[in-house]
Design a protein around this ligand. Sequence first.
Ligand code: SAM
Length: 277
Amino acid sequence: MDANRKLSQRNTTLFTQDASMRLSEIVQQRSGICIKTDKNYLIQSRLQNRLIELQIQDLNNYVNLILDDRDEMQVCIELLTTHKTEWFREIVHFQWLKKELAHYQNTSKPFCIWSGACSSGAEVYSLLFLLLKEGLNSNQIKILGTDISTPILDRAVNLPFEPEFSIQKDFLLKNSKNAAKIEKELELALVRSIKFKPFNLIKDKLDLPFKFDVIFLRNVLIYFDRPTVLMVCQNLGHYLKPNGHLVLGISESLHDELPEFKAIGNSVYQYRPRGGQ
Ligand SMILES: C[S@@+](CC[C@H](N)C(=O)[O-])C[C@H]1O[C@@H](n2cnc3c(N)ncnc32)[C@H](O)[C@@H]1O
């Protein structure tokens, strides 16, 4: 399509309030992501180019398309999702985990962490670097990274080949006493201690023979409405060991609404199920 035609279509593409509401409802049902009704501009800015690319002029027709086409539904959710992440984001949680690890050092079982909305992987590899720096070897570490978005998980899998990974790795080794051992364990851990998997927090289930010591679920609940937040966290309890921990983003909170999750500070919760199961 030539530039002039693109420009004129941009001006005529129809994003009515009704169509935006229809789209938001569908996206919320599938992904939990809740787009406020006054955020018509957000839908427009994120989807306009896609509609132009598909030569669709009315958002209603695009809504019909995503209902018929699962792949396009994925594309749509992808365009409306925020993947912002960074290495050692919200450092207090890594400082907390460092202290918490003291309880696990002597056990023969691996320390298991789930990063439940891991985006492009910085959270997963930050956790790995911390565990290695604190003396765990690759056999003692199990980290699962999941996200609703498969394109972003592909980026997470390939992050170790990116320059930013080398920078973080150099920093880790430069600041570690056992750099040679850590480097060797890191190579092993990348192969056997880390796994990525698509997972939709609002509808998927994990079938695993073990439970997690810690679940990081940071900076995703802000996109969900309150009932969805509580439902997701309640479900995560099934995957946590008793006395294990759920770590939310600093701006996210359970406000004591789930009694089995006891707040211990900085959006970290200890899971204390009734009957200790
Ligand atoms: C802002 S990023 C947070 C990344 C990381 N946890 C951090 O704090 O840096 C939010 C991630 O949540 C994912 N997400 C959104 N809805 C989801 C759902 N229903 N199930 C699983 N992941 C979801 C998005 O794809 C995105 O990668």
